[in-house]
Write a protein that binds this ligand. Sequence first.
Ligand code: B12
Ligand code: SF4
Ligand code: SF4
Length: 332
Amino acid sequence: MNDGLKKKIEEKLYDLGLNTFGFMKAENLKKASYDYFSKRKERDLMTSFEETDVEKKVAFLGEMPGAKTILSVAFPYVYDTYIHSKGYFSLYTLGQDYHVVVKRYLEEVAEILREQGYEAKVYADNNGLPERYIAQASFVGDIGRNHMLITKNYGSYVFLGEILTDCPMETRERGYDHLESHEICGSCSNCIKACPTSILGTEFTQTKKCMSYITQSKEVTDEELLLFKGRLFGCDTCQRTCPLNKGVATSTIQAFEPKGFMKYPDLKALASLTNAGFLPYKATSSGWRGKKLLQRNALIELMRRGERPEKAWISTEYLARYYHRLENLFNL
Ligand code: B12
Ligand code: SF4
Ligand code: SF4
């Protein structure tokens, strides 16, 4: 085992201001994943978002055949939980794009392993790893009834990132037998009651009914348009209502500091975005779905408030379609 190297990695993480992390054996993840996904398939719980062939689904570990250890790290992102009453972006989108930020931090740590001749790959979100499971297995936190990974220090307001390496290290880990009991929640059911589309309370299989997914979808139904209720991108309802998020520590990661235009969005500026005007939004975690989605979502909020957008803003056929549907829906 590489106790010295592990200590060096831990020190580096603390130096970077990251104090919530854990290690698990790659082999244990492979076994648990195969077992877990086979059971989900048997129970017909696989979603259309997922690879349904279990062999292919666990192939992520094939990316590094000699992988020995996975490091899971939580990145706190919330500065404060302020909400703008005239349309708001979800808290996770307010700063610089987390895919870029998390990878940048983890690359610094991975370098320590590479310098010693080990392989090290970094991951953040857009990958096949079951990131929440890895984090709970390596004691980074517990999974609540809202399906979020909840840490002691920062509650659920954390992003997750990982390093996969062929360096063997001492680990402290657990299985998943206890997962569905959500012990961390006690008798609370706030999130189940608060969820606008009532999808909590069972295994999270109705992912397409999650408002986070809906606000990021290019096409939505009239019924869904009525559920936006101020949301411009993402949904925080099941986290805002969670008592385990009260009084938690805030982020010190500067890149996640909320940008003014995200914290206090100007709906008119958003609805009439030009390509150049979109660039600052593109650099945040709300950018990846493109300009027209942000314009469409601003239009929804403006018209929900009874305001008529200027004709010049309805610059594409896509926006015109939504404009006419919203006119009818809100009787404008
Ligand atoms: C697809 C996706 C979505 C989809 C579907 C979500 C879903 N639950 O499946 C949508 C768009 C709806 C979404 C929404 C959000 N997401 Co998202 N999403 C993902 C993504 C890319 C894949 C998730 C996935 O594979 N789901 C399939 C199911 C099976 O897994 P799961 O819910 O993640 O975790 C369950 C399993 O671990 C399971 N489990 C139980 N036992 C076992 C045993 C084994 C062996 C295994 C493998 C699993 C397992 O229990 C867990 C809880 O239900 C992950 C990144 C990643 N690679 O993991 C981010 C991720 C889960 N999302 C994240 C975030 C921040 C969000 C939002 C909060 C964003 C927002 N504010 O709008 C919401 C939260 C909604 C919610 N209550 O879960 C973070 C979560 C951080 C955290 N603290 O938990 C992640 C980890 C991204 C990241 N790197 O930070 N997301
Ligand atoms: S993010 Fe919103 S819609 Fe999705 S589960 Fe949580 S409360 Fe429900
Ligand atoms: S709101 Fe209550 S039930 Fe939901 S995750 Fe938080 S503690 Fe658990």
